[in-house]
Ligand binder design. Structure first.
Ligand SMILES: Cc1cc2nc3c(=O)[nH]c(=O)nc-3n(C[C@H](O)[C@H](O)[C@H](O)COP(=O)(O)OP(=O)(O)OC[C@H]3O[C@@H](n4cnc5c(N)ncnc54)[C@H](O)[C@@H]3O)c2cc1C
Length: 610
């Protein structure tokens, strides 16, 4: 995505400072032609208005003519003329109002507005059907690829709205599978997930008091204080491109994207509440616990987190270190080692995800849905107009009125040729389990320790499904795996397990000792991890491609640390797309927003001493 600025150039330059990789400037309008015909295609042009001639407009629109372009105009009186020159080829032409320009942050808000117009145009583009429309009165079939949390919630939402759903998954039935390495992020790892209003987040917001020095975090291994379990020297071209794009997200855009991610978290929060009212049986017997205790090792991060949670309106109680210790004497070791500055209780909940999805599968079956396991889908088939005709799978061609694909980390080329290609890569986290001993932890807890190897840890209050014992399930850590499956023996991965053990020892010494003595620290005796699908922006993916019969093929996923948390918001966005209704997620998670760098135009080899 590239901006051209040919108005208020000095002001844009001074506000952006060094953060200009997505913006080119043209102070003297005689240079416009060479800017427009330069290496990068201009997607958003912020202009005065009068400098845009017919020839310049044609040159600009001829470059990548089928990708949407948007114009922001400083002087509104030029808009009628620009509309004439564009002959309907510019997706959006809008003025920057004089009131907007009076605000001190108008440069940033103008860039954000331009980027959002571009995202809106991208989201609108692909859903034009070639005149064929589906009859909305008859029962429609939806073929759903991937049976992780994202698609299971979507399948249930669709089924209760009258769609006939069939779910196919490359892996085995998770309810009976004994080999966790065959399972996706949802079914592998610990039987625990959390909803909080910051569960999905943006991790490359520079200047954050909660996450520090994030820019090159994926180029450093966990042993060197980074978030990768893979040496940067072994990155494939696709991985190099993903990490490069992460590093290139400008500060102003990362901040905008963070707000978008939190918006989706908030919408999901409302939908989870509605879901619990609509289908209470799904939430019974799944270790549901409400309100989350957030603990911070550091004062600065605690203060920033308090401010953030207060702005989001989710603080239930603020707790000093003394109050925490009074409530739970078990935290005294953490306080002694300077690992406990204080905490707060915020709105949210946790549950046993494996128990929950087992119930969800049964419910989808009751609603008439079907499942096919061990059936990898290999390719999306198109006709000459680019419309989807079927999916290619081991069972042969799969056909339906609509399709939804949410396959976690995209490894097998299924998304090749879509806008989502190469956007979904893996960042793993690790798990362990200890008994919840006296003094028992009452609230599921989130521990943040800035700069540690395992930076964020979710501690879920639960019951062991087999023995009924009160337990705590600890899950966390970040290990970029790109498109690979990591070796369990790798020192980088082992370091994450070791550090998670240290967290258990520091905050829950009694439970940790008991688990060590009994040899029950690891889940089913194994060091288990699971791999979250991540995008380089932290935004999820929502791509809508027309089918030849007037239906939709929708690709979702990549919701980073909040795939469970955001699932109902994504499910609603899918349902709305199927019936032609708008949902903000169609724009906010449009994959073009995460395609920040023109991958073909760049040399990704990165020479670094990091
Ligand atoms: C340690 C850890 C803790 C976490 N805690 C939380 C939390 O507390 N809250 C939260 O919101 N999120 C949490 N997450 C993230 C969350 O678990 C994931 O975001 C979520 O499970 C992803 O679900 P999904 O449906 O997108 O993908 P997956 O669960 O990976 O499902 C994808 C499915 O697609 C199938 N598939 C893949 N390719 C194909 C193909 N070609 N054909 C057919 N099927 C295919 C796979 O077999 C798989 O079943 C955590 C993650 C980790 C690692």
């Amino acid at each position: 995505m590239k901006f051209l600025v040919s108005t208020h150039v000095q002001e844009f330059r001074s506000v952006l400072g060094d953060d200009t990789s997505h913006v080119c400037f043209c102070q003297h309008h005689s240079g416009l032609s060479s800017q427009i015909n330069g290496r990068d295609v201009i997607d958003v042009w912020i202009c005065e208005g009068g400098e845009v001639t017919e020839a310049l407009m044609d040159q600009w629109l001829d470059r990548n003519w089928n990708s949407p372009k948007t114009l922001l105009v400083n002087d509104a009186k030029f808009i009628p003329n620009l509309e004439n020159l564009s002959k309907g080829r510019v997706a959006e032409i809008q003025a920057i109002s004089k009131e907007e320009q009076r605000a001190s942050s108008w440069v940033i808000s103008t860039l954000r507005k331009g980027e959002m117009l571009y995202a809106r145009a991208c989201a609108r583009g692909p859903v034009q059907h070639n005149g064929v429309t589906l009859d909305h009165d008859t029962k429609k079939t939806v073929l759903i690829v991937g049976a992780g949390i994202m698609n299971l919630v979507t399948a249930e939402f669709l089924a209760i709205r009258g769609f006939q759903v069939r779910i196919v998954d490359a892996g085995p039935d998770p309810r009976t599978c004994k080999d966790w390495t065959l399972l996706g992020a949802t079914h592998a790892g610990g039987n625990a997930r959390m909803f909080s209003y910051t569960e999905a987040d943006n991790y490359n917001e520079r200047g954050s008091d909660i996450y520090h020095n994030m820019r090159h975090i994926f180029r450093k291994t966990t042993l060197n204080g980074g978030w990768s379990v893979k040496s940067p020297l072994s990155f494939s071209a696709a991985e190099e491109a993903w990490v490069n794009a992460f590093e290139q997200v400008p500060i102003w855009l990362a901040q905008a994207m963070k707000e978008d991610i939190y918006y989706v978290n908030r919408e999901a929060g409302k939908l989870w509440t509605e879901y619990m009212d609509r289908a209470p049986q799904l939430f019974e017997g799944v270790s549901l616990h409400t309100d989350i205790l957030r603990l911070y090792a550091e004062e600065t991060a605690l203060a920033a987190a308090y401010e953030l949670s207060r702005d989001l309106g989710v603080v239930v109680q603020d707790l000093s270190q003394a109050e925490l210790l009074k409530e739970n004497t078990g935290f005294s070791a953490a306080a002694r080692f300077n690992d406990l500055a204080g905490g707060l209780i915020v709105q949210g909940f946790t549950l046993g995800i494996h128990s929950f999805v087992n119930k969800l599968i049964d419910r989808i079956l009751e609603l008439g849905g079907e499942f096919s396991w061990n059936c990898p889908v290999q390719r999306i088939r198109h006709n000459a107009s680019g419309e989807v005709t079927s999916l290619e799978s081991q069972l042969g061609a799969l056909q339906a009125d609509n399709f939804v694909i949410s396959t976690g980390v995209a490894r097998n080329g299924l998304l090749d040729g879509t806008a989502s290609e190469n956007l979904l890569q893996g960042v793993l986290g690790v798990w362990l389990k200890i008994p919840n001993l006296d003094p028992m932890l009452r609230n599921s807890t989130k521990i943040h320790r800035r700069g540690y190897l395992v930076e964020d840890i979710n501690v879920t209050v639960s019951k062991d499904v087999k023995t009924g014992e009160d337990i705590l399930i600890l899950g966390g850590g970040y290990g970029y795996v790109g498109l690979d499956w990591p070796s369990l023996e790798s020192p980088e991965l082992q370091a994450l397990f070791k550090e998670l053990e240290e967290v258990a020892l520091t905050y829950f010494p009694a439970g940790y000792q008991r688990a060590k003595e009994r040899g029950t620290l690891w889940l089913d005796g194994e060091r288990k991890f699971c791999i979250r699908p991540f995008t380089c922006t932290g935004l999820g993916i929502f791509e809508d491609i027309p089918t030849a019969t007037g239906g939709h093929l929708i690709i979702t996923g990549g919701n980073n640390t909040g795939g469970f948390a955001q699932a109902p918001a994504i499910a609603r966005a899918v349902c709305r797309a199927m019936v032609g209704e708008h949902d903000p997620i169609h724009v906010l998670f449009n994959p073009h927003r995460s395609k920040l760098v023109d991958q073909k135009a760049r040399d990704f080899r990165f020479v670094s001493s990091l």
